[in-house]
Design a protein around this ligand. Structure first.
Ligand code: ATP
Ligand code: MG
Length: 272
């Protein structure tokens, strides 16, 4: 789904991401882990076009293309699209979306309105057309409102549909952000610490939902410090330290990797 090649980001004297390359296979959960300040959010910000890259390239599988391999050969043969420095508002139309480490929820909007923002890409935004065909627009809005309600039920949030976001607890807002991302009908979702600050029950719920999304064929990039969750649900893990790749492998391989234990896992006891 995604090929990242020799990606770097420099902030003044700090190389936040340093020559990082990895491949993310379609329909898998690929976790990115590493100590605080390792460059994980910076990486997500580059993939989602929020930060411009200092150097390197990011390639996305073209919609509908079928691949034998997730590797560089297909880039050479032009089967993948170079999405380096494409802004988030354009990437969403290519099926890429994300959630944020620090919540990005519109506090003065209701839960439902926040989710409807996710459907925005499907609603007709042409003013003239919407005047001529206002019935169709209303129908579309009703359809997406119905879908939003389905998601709210899926997350057991049907009681808070019309509540203003600023009156809702943190755990609920984290879920709302995930629903808003799902509403964009993504092929690839990047989660930046989706369970940070959540209790074990909420963590288990989100974990289950992420697993289900992958089972439905959505590709997941998961940045998370909760090692129990990462080890349980990941297909592959890339460990980053000081912006560089420290190790890569299955959860079992990573849990037993000397370098990873010394740099990261050894100091952690389950949740951050
Ligand atoms: N906008 C910015 N301007 C300057 N420096 C930045 C900026 N964003 C990140 N950095 C620096 O880049 C490095 C990597 O930060 P980043 O937020 O990517 O780490 P992280 O792995 O996500 O950490 P955490 O686990 O704490 O979320 C840090 O040294 C940070 O101070
Ligand atoms: Mg971060």
């Amino acid at each position: 789904m995604l090929v990242v090649r020799e990606l770097s980001k420099q902030f003044g004297g700090v190389k936040a991401v340093d020559d990082l390359s990895f491949d993310v296979k379609s329909g898998t959960i690929h976790s990115i882990i590493g100590p605080n300040g390792a460059g994980k959010t910076t990486l997500v910000n580059m993939i989602t076009g929020i930060y411009k890259v200092t150097s390197g390239e990011i390639y996305l599988k073209k919609e509908g293309e079928i691949y034998q391999k997730d590797d560089i050969e297909e880039i050479i043969h032009g089967k993948r699209e170079n999405i380096t420095n494409i802004p988030m508002n354009k990437l969403v139309h290519k099926g890429v979306c994300r959630t944020f480490q620090h919540l990005e929820i519109c506090k003065d909007m209701s839960a439902l309105e926040n989710i409807m923002l996710g459907f925005h890409r499907f609603l007709n935004k042409n003013f003239i057309l919407s005047c001529i065909n206002s019935k169709k627009i209303r129908e579309d809005e009703q359809k997406y409102e119905y879908e939003a309600m389905k998601y709210l039920k899926m997350f057991s949030l049907e009681d808070i549909v019309y509540k203003k976001a600023d009156s809702l607890p943190y755990g609920v807002l984290k879920k709302l952000e995930i629903i808003r991302a799902l509403a964009t009908k993504p092929r690839l979702i990047l989660f930046d610490e989706p369970v940070a600050g959540l209790n074990p029950k909420e963590t288990a719920e989100i974990s289950k939902i992420i697993k289900e999304l992958a089972n439905e064929g959505i590709t997941i990039i998961l940045v998370e410090h909760d090692m129990k969750m990462v080890m349980q649900i990941s297909d592959k893990i890339t460990v980053v330290n000081f912006g560089k790749k420290l190790a890569e492998g299955t959860p079992l391989e990573i849990a037993n990797d000397e370098n990873v234990i010394n740099a990261y896992l050894g100091k952690r006891h389950g949740k951050a």
